[in-house]
Design a protein around this ligand. Sequence first.
Ligand code: DC
Length: 228
Amino acid sequence: MNFSKLRVALDGPSGAGKSTVAKAVAAKTGLIYVDTGSLYRTVGLYMAQHGIDAYDTEKIIAALPKVDIKLTYEDGQQCVSLCGEQVGDKIRTEQASYYASAVSKIPEVRAFLFEMQRSLAREGGCIMDGRDIGTVIMPDAEIKVFMTATAEERARRRHKEQREKGIEVSFEEVLESIIARDKQDSEREAAPLKPADDAIEFVNDGYTVETSADYIIGLMKEYLGAKV
Ligand code: DC
């Protein structure tokens, strides 16, 4: 089946497994996986590296013209560079997550990253994950999925991950922070986390990465089948 021009918008809260599932869909279908969270993380990294406070909105906006982000794709892998240097895992630290969440609330930051995401969307043949993909970035995507899992299920997965990394944290603490982040993401003024009116809501409690990916591929096949 030829998936090559399809655009899949995958939105949902953090911890629902969007990036892992999107990568699996991309590997099975040949679509390019675009991780939009990495862009907010990279803006955050720039601010952290330049000693700008995560909540100093004025300084963040003033610094934006100097934030030179380039995205490239090698063997289906997205590489992000900041001012000529690959960011690698530097955008995956707790500090980068904290900064990403703070800068993503600023409308000027969202506008700054808008065109980069739109130009990828125009090329098609991608599965893009984020918070506002189906509502703002690719409102015309052929497939829109709002993927979530209950807060308890996401807390269980995150708690397991952290224990495996040797981080001592209680299940209750993890659950509380997930509930707080959901609230912040859905109540913010700029591009709040909410499903597009025409998105399919997929609660993946009890699904594995494999079966979640198959569910989305099923929607893609259904779409193409209906067009024949
Ligand atoms: O998906 P992630 O955890 O890498 O996202 C990092 C932060 O960026 C998170 O706080 C939400 C924000 N984000 C956003 O506001 N819009 C997007 N399209 C993607 C991420």
